[in-house]
Design a protein around this ligand. Structure first.
Ligand code: SF4
Ligand code: SF4
Length: 298
C-alpha cells in the first residue's frame, strides 16, 4: 500500500499506473499530442551499444516519448510550401519533453533528460526518436521515407525523455498503421500507393516498395540522400554546399554575390533556426490518407 499526496491509500500497482497518467497529462499540457512510455530494455533487440538509453543516462528505467503535429493544418494548405515549418512549429515536441523532464526532477526527485535529437550526430544520430516512437507504441514505419505514422495523426515530430523513474511501459501497436486499406487496394490495381506515386524512383524520385499478400509492407526503398537534396533545400547541407563554392571561387566579385545571395542568406537562416523553412517537400505525406484525414478542417 502507498499513501498518495492527497492522503488516499492505494495499492502500489495503482500508484504506479496513476503516476504514468500524471506524467502523460503534464506532457499533453506541455504541447504534446501523444505520449507513450517504453522500457529501455526494448532497445537491446534493435540497436548496438552506444545508441541505447542506458548509454546516455546511466540507471535509466523509463523512456517517455512525445509526439507533436508540427505545422498547423492551415500551413499544410499554403501554396508556398516553404512556409510549412516557419515559426518553429516543429519544436513543440522538444518543449513538451523539457516540461516533462523538469516536472520529474522538481516534483518526483528522479533524474530526467531530453534524449539526443536528430541534429546531434548528423545523419547518424546518437539516438533514434523514430525507433523510440515505435517502441513506445505511438506509430509504425511507413512506405513513405520510413516516416513513423501515428494511427490518429499520421506524420508527427518526436522527442524523448530518459528518466531513472520506473513507470509502466505501454504496449507496441498491434497493427501496422501503413499501408492504409485504401493504399492496399490501389497497390493491387496499379502497383503503387499514393506516396510511391508522388515520389516514384522510376521517375527520379526517392521511393519504391511493395505490399505483400497479407496486406503488410513487403519491401521498401528510400533514397535518403536524394530526398535530403530535394526536400531540404535550405539547411546544413545547403550551407556546406554554398561554403564550398564560395571558398573555391577565385573571383572576389563572385564571392561577394554568392555570400549576399538569397540562397546563402536562407541557408544561414535555416542553420540558425531563424524563421526559415528547412523541409520544402512533404509530397509523400500530403497524399497520405492517414495524415490528410487529420488535417481536414472547414
Ligand atoms: S519528402 Fe519529398 S523528396 Fe522526400 S520522399 Fe517525400 S516526396 Fe520524396
Ligand atoms: S500513402 Fe501513407 S498509408 Fe499509404 S502507403 Fe504511403 S505512407 Fe503508407
Amino acid at each position: 500500500m502507498v499513501i498518495r499526496g492527497d492522503g488516499m491509500i492505494v495499492t502500489e500497482a495503482d500508484a504506479y499506473v496513476q503516476l504514468a497518467a500524471r506524467i502523460k497529462e503534464v506532457a499533453l499540457r506541455g504541447g504534446a499530442d501523444v505520449v507513450g512510455i517504453a522500457d529501455p530494455q526494448r532497445w537491446n533487440e534493435f540497436v548496438p551499444e552506444g545508441y541505447r538509453p542506458e548509454d546516455h543516462l546511466p540507471g535509466v528505467r523509463s523512456v517517455i516519448v512525445v509526439g507533436a503535429r508540427g505545422p498547423t493544418s492551415g500551413a499544410w494548405r499554403c501554396p508556398d510550401h516553404r512556409l510549412m515549418e516557419v515559426n518553429g512549429y516543429d519544436f513543440r515536441n522538444d518543449v513538451a519533453v523539457h516540461v516533462v523532464a523538469d516536472y520529474i526532477e522538481q516534483n518526483l526527485n528522479h533524474y530526467a533528460m531530453q534524449a539526443p535529437s536528430l541534429p546531434v550526430g548528423g545523419q547518424q544520430p546518437a539516438f533514434s526518436n523514430m525507433l523510440a516512437a515505435v517502441l513506445a507504441g505511438l506509430g509504425t514505419r511507413s512506405l513513405a521515407a520510413n516516416i513513423i505514422l501515428n494511427p490518429k495523426y499520421g506524420l508527427l515530430y518526436y522527442s524523448s525523455c530518459f528518466t531513472t523513474l520506473a513507470l509502466p511501459a505501454d504496449p507496441r501497436l498491434a497493427q501496422d498503421v501503413c499501408p492504409h486499406p485504401m493504399c492496399v487496394t490501389m497497390f493491387r490495381k496499379l502497383g503503387k500507393t499514393p506516396c510511391l506515386s508522388a515520389c516514384s524512383v522510376e521517375e527520379d524520385g526517392c521511393l519504391d516498395g511493395s505490399i505483400g499478400a497479407d496486406g503488410r509492407i513487403e519491401s521498401s526503398y528510400y533514397d535518403r540522400e536524394r530526398c535530403a537534396s530535394r526536400a531540404m533545400n535550405f539547411g546544413i547541407n545547403s550551407f556546406q554546399k554554398a561554403m564550398e563554392q564560395i571558398v573555391n571561387s577565385d573571383s572576389a566579385e563572385d564571392r561577394h554575390s554568392m555570400i549576399n545571395s538569397d540562397f546563402f542568406t536562407r541557408s544561414c537562416s535555416a542553420v540558425s533556426h531563424f524563421r526559415e523553412s528547412v523541409a520544402q517537400c512533404f509530397e509523400c505525406m500530403r497524399v497520405c490518407p492517414i495524415t490528410r484525414q487529420e488535417r481536414k478542417l472547414k
